[in-house]
Write a protein that binds this ligand. Structure first.
Ligand code: MSP
Length: 518
């Protein structure tokens, strides 16, 4: 039976335009989805937009438009961004879609039927920006003495009738769940953070609001709309056809992985598993929380005007370059800083000088000196065999790293081979063999092409367009590019004509400032 993998991004709030933070999560999920497909998995990859709640209602009001008009417009910008980023998602869900609303109401009824919901009154602090309730003890003070959420978001006092979810009753079950499957939360530091939060005791959670109406109506009580987080989290099962638990739900839910930013871990690792347990459904298999990006050392903010638009970034540096940088620059899970120096260093130092150069050296030589025909190799030397073995052997450490969402570690393992391969080429110096030992030159050039084939196959998840261009230049058939095609059994055929090569990873230099008009 084919193994399955279900990967989701958070669904993005439509009150704002996409920025590098959104692009980051989505690219990470795309890299994983592509990796798993190449590794033989049946993958479902979901992304989408979070369109209900007070924050969206407020943004629409400020712009003087209906909430749905705001949602339609801004959801499209996220959908378009997925196109710009080369995202291979299989579905895009909007929480205003009927399938989503039906799933939310079905889940609510299930929780109610199982006795986990009661009606009471909420009195406490709420941050619209975070769409989160906070306890008095969690609040901090702003510059003017005003109360702020721990995230820095303004809070308001809310007192209203509300339905509650009996979260407090799930403390022991959640702790048992974490302890039985510690791999459910990554990285380890986040696991510890979540576990100690739950260990500290849980209060029941307010799950409905009455002071605005932009949300999923609570079944049987139209005065209430659902709290936006119970609504939003349900997207992950709505897209699998819930409340129907056969079909896609049965196929994919057991392998569900949610990728999230560190700010929304509590919702995904505490509330969401508890809601699912309360509905007698299984919690997700894994939630990974990544860190946050700053820009040139500063927090991104509208007031600083330094919010990085991923569209601009892709236009400036190139899509694969941006994807590579984001996955390579920092250990996944840590915070990172985006700077021009850092990205241009990666583009020029690694993509252009190391991987690009490796591909270009062999292909360019074959094109110029051998009439563009891949040479037929003779017997392999020990060095040839060692290099080819290193290429095949790289898959396992890459796979292990990817299963832990260690994108940077996976790239480290690939780069160990890239660097060894450049060393191999320097040492074998095929161009020097042209006159002295053409047969050996042919073998070295062929081995170089095989090395590049392996590296390009492994690099597809990270830099899909460029890796596939390299594979095109090697004449590799489109259906011979999975990890099952690594190794000698699918080796290139010596004697085949190759398409004309062209460099795949150009160097990057800042645009020269325009000359001032005379
Ligand atoms: N709508 C909720 C998620 C609901 S999922 C059921 C939400 N949306 S969001 O649009 O505000 O944020 C989406 C993601 O972007 C979060 O995972 C958040 O961590 C991430 N990022 C926002 N700013 C970021 C950076 N500066 N850097 C990296 N990721 C950042 O939360």
């Amino acid at each position: 039976m084919t193994k399955t993998f279900y990967i989701t991004t958070p669904i993005y709030y439509v009150n704002d335009k996409p920025h590098i933070g959104h692009a980051y999560t989505t690219i990470a999920c795309d890299v994983l989805a592509r990796f798993k497909r190449l590794d033989g998995y049946d993958v479902k990859f979901l992304t989408g937009t979070d369109e209900h709640g007070q924050k969206i209602a407020k943004a629409a009001q400020e712009q003087g438009i209906e909430p749905i008009a705001l949602c339609d417009r801004n959801s499209k910008t996220f959908r378009d961004l997925a196109g710009v980023l080369g995202i291979s998602n299989d579905d895009f869900i909007r929480t205003t879609e009927p399938r989503h609303i039906a799933a939310c109401q079905a889940l609510w009824l299930e929780l109610e039927k199982n006795g986990h919901i009661y009606l009471s009154k909420y009195a406490g602090w709420y941050a619209v920006r975070d769409e989160a309730f906070y306890d008095e003890g969690e609040l901090t003070k702003g510059a003017n003495g005003e109360k702020l959420a721990p995230t820095g978001a303004p809070v308001e006092w809310v007192e209203e009738e509300s339905y509650f979810f009996k979260l407090s009753a799930f403390q022991d079950r959640l702790l048992a769940f974490y302890d039985a499957t510690p791999s459910v939360i990554g990285p380890k530091s986040r696991f510890n953070e979540v576990r100690s939060f739950v260990k500290g005791g849980l209060r029941d959670l307010s799950i409905s609001r009455t002071t605005f109406s932009w949300g999923v109506p609570v079944p049987g009580n139209d005065k209430h709309v659902m709290y936006v987080w119970i609504d939003a989290l349900t997207n992950y099962i709505a897209a699998l056809g819930y409340p129907n638990t056969s079909g896609d739900y049965a196929t994919y839910w057991p392998s569900a992985m949610h990728m999230v930013g560190k700010d929304i871990i509590r919702f995904h690792c505490v509330y969401w598993p508890a809601f699912l347990m309360a509905a007698n459904l299984t919690p997700p298999t894994r939630v990974f929380a990544h860190g946050w990006w700053t820009v040139e050392g500063q927090k991104m903010s509208k007031s600083l005007g330094n919010v990085v638009d991923p569209n601009t970034m892709v236009g400036k540096y190139g899509l694969d370059q941006v994807r590579y940088f984001l996955m390579r620059e920092i250990p996944f899970g840590n915070d990172g800083d985006f700077s021009e120096a850092a990205i241009s260093g990666r583009i020029n130092g690694e993509l252009a000088n190391e991987l690009g150069n490796l591909a270009q050296r062999g292909l360019g030589f074959i094109s110029k000196n051998l009439g563009g025909v891949l040479p037929v190799p003779g017997a392999y030397s020990v060095e040839d065999n060692d290099m080819l073995k290193a290429c095949v052997d790289a898959l396992e450490p890459v796979r292990v790293a990817m299963d832990m969402q260690g994108f940077d570690k996976a790239l480290d393992a690939i780069w160990t081979v890239v660097r060894a391969a450049n060393g191999y080429v320097d040492k074998q110096a095929p161009w020097a063999l042209k006159k002295t030992d053409p047969a050996r030159m042919n073998t070295v050039l062929y081995v170089m092409a095989e090395i590049v084939r392996h590296l390009a196959i492994l690099m597809q998840p990270f830099v899909p367009t460029s890796a596939n261009k390299i594979l095109d230049q090697l004449g590799v058939a489109a259906d011979a590019r999975t990890f099952a095609h690594l190794g000698a059994a699918h080796a290139l055929k010596g004697g085949s004509p190759l398409p004309a090569p062209s460099p795949v990873f150009p160097r990057w230099a800042p645009p020269t400032p325009e000359k001032a008009a005379p």
